[in-house]
Write a protein that binds this ligand. Structure first.
Ligand SMILES: CC(C)(COP(=O)(O)OP(=O)(O)OC[C@H]1O[C@@H](n2cnc3c(N)ncnc32)[C@H](O)[C@@H]1OP(=O)(O)O)[C@@H](O)C(=O)NCCC(=O)NCCS
Length: 197
């Protein structure tokens, strides 16, 4: 099996991670969370394709989609590709996208990042990052679909928990998908290196 594009020590796959990993996710456990029921393999419309990020997604508007979430900045195709290869080599990034294949356009994305630990019997935890659906496609359950896809993927690859940070208005959205606020851990604090220490 080619994991994270790595075959025979080389990183040359066009996929950030092995698309096989998205087959057979345990949607039974998430059945009551999406109505009507859709899955990554049956996303409701035959022109929606849920798959790992690919090296040519620069041309399919992946960065324009991310700019609906936050500042992306000017990134050349070469910069995008270099970052893609670094993430592929690191092996812990599972950027997952929804493509509208009618228009060869990326219209949804979510990132699963895994972190290996010594605690919890050398466990692995997961973080959910950079969830976004193109504003003209919102309200069609694609947000739920992409979040549940990476949530089930994290379970499949053996993570013991998945966490995320979100703004208050989105707490109900994540609650419907099974996420809960951890008591005593409601706020996340951070230090930004661009500011003076
Ligand atoms: C959040 C986001 C991904 C949801 O995508 P979507 O495709 O519209 O979501 P769905 O169609 O699956 O909607 C799921 C539910 O969440 C609710 N919801 C969606 N966006 C919401 C928002 N911004 N605030 C509050 N509730 C929201 C919907 O009303 C819907 O509820 P329902 O099932 O009871 O009708 C999308 O609004 C988005 O990309 N927002 C901008 C980026 C962002 O904020 N990302 C999240 C960072 S944590």
């Amino acid at each position: 099996m080619v994991i994270n594009g790595k075959a025979n020590g080389e990183f040359h796959s066009s996929y950030l991670y092995d698309p096989e990993l998205l087959h057979g996710l345990e949607w039974n456990s998430a059945q009551n969370k999406v109505t009507p029921f859709i899955t990554n393999e049956q996303p409701g419309e035959d022109y929606f394709l849920v798959r790992p990020l690919q090296i040519d997604d620069y041309e399919k508007g992946f960065l324009q989609l991310l700019s609906q979430l936050t500042t992306v900045g000017d990134i050349t195709q070469a910069e995008y590709e270099a970052q893609f290869r670094k993430m592929q080599k690191a092996g812990c990034y599972f950027v997952t996208v929804i493509e509208d294949i009618r228009h060869s356009k990326i219209i949804g994305a979510a990132t699963l990042v895994t972190e290996m630990k010594f605690i919890h019997k050398c466990g692995m935890r997961a973080r959910l990052e950079d969830v976004v659906v193109n504003n003209t496609y919102r309200g069609k359950q694609l947000g739920k679909l992409i979040v549940l896809t990476v949530t089930l993927l994290a379970k499949k690859i053996g993570c013991y928990k998945m966490s995320l940070d979100c703004k208050d208005p989105l707490i109900p959205f994540y609650k419907t998908l099974g996420y809960t606020l951890e008591p005593g851990n409601a706020n996340t604090m951070m230090l930004r290196y661009e500011s003076k220490l």
